[in-house]
Ligand binder design. Structure first.
Ligand code: ATP
Length: 229
């Protein structure tokens, strides 16, 4: 099934001077995957994500999207890019105008989807909880129904309830809209209920890839990540 992939990299490298932040990563994300990208702080997750979204240029190797429209991609990288002095709805309205989305129903649909429809419209983004902020970030990224959604550490720092809410959104996006999702985290267990496949990155290298079943079997054996976080 060689056309089933959505993102494929081959020996992808990003160097900063002599340091290889991403070191010969060959990764395949298939259509329909929820790919959990795990690594400690500084392992290279964000650099890989920035390469995938073309925020930065690779040093060598290849990266390809198997999509009719490579721009059908949504991403939340290093925190949600929202306007602090606007409400959730107005942030969405603002993006809708920029993205030329005319269907106003879509705003309410997205607000409900990310669980922000009951929030007082006078409450501004800056006063939201971290979980609400992350959910709005996801809302903005899914406004024009991307085929591929990239979320960089969306659950970092959230309380257990906040984590459950994000997991639920990810699960529903995948199930109801067939969205392929790449989600990074430095804590394996945070993703262990949501992702269908896992890639472990350490010092720029993709050191291991596992299915959900393999992970469940291996857990507690030789996967050591970080205990300091
Ligand atoms: P975090 O969870 O902290 O975001 P990460 O896994 O996303 O960690 P990266 O941000 O990708 O890690 O960083 C990987 C390595 O590359 C780090 O050692 C970092 O210092 C280095 N690095 C990243 N961006 C640059 C840059 N612009 N210039 C120099 N070094 C960089």
């Amino acid at each position: 099934e060689k056309n089933n992939y959505l993102l494929k990299t081959n020996d992808l490298v990003k160097k900063y001077k002599e340091y290889q932040a991403v070191n010969e990563v060959s990764m395949t994300i298939n259509k329909g995957d929820i790919y959990g990208f795990i690594g400690k702080n500084g392992a290279g997750k964000t650099t890989f994500i920035r390469l995938a979204t073309r925020l930065i240029e690779k040093s060598s190797g290849s990266l390809s999207f198997n999509s009719e429209n490579v721009l059908k991609m949504g991403a939340v990288i290093e925190g949600p890019a929202c306007y602090p002095y606007l409400s959730a709805k107005d942030n969405l309205n603002y993006y809708a105008i920029q993205k030329n989305i005319k269907d106003k129903k879509r705003i309410d649909e997205v607000l409900a989807f990310v669980g922000l429809d009951k929030v007082d419209n006078k409450k501004l983004f800056k006063d939201y909880s971290l979980g609400m902020k992350q959910r709005l970030g996801i809302g903005l990224a899914i406004l024009d129904q991307p085929e591929f959604l990239i979320l960089d550490e969306p659950i970092n720092g959230l309380d257990p309830q906040g984590i459950v809410e994000i997991r639920e959104i990810i699960h529903r996006l995948n199930q109801e809209y067939s969205t392929t999702i790449l989600i990074s985290s430095h804590i394996l267990t945070e993703l262990s209920l949501v992702a269908t496949r896992y890639g472990i990155i350490n010092e720029g290298k993709l050191v291991k890839e596992l299915t959900k079943e393999e992970l469940e079997n291996e857990c507690g054996q030789n996967i050591v990540l970080t205990s300091s976080d």
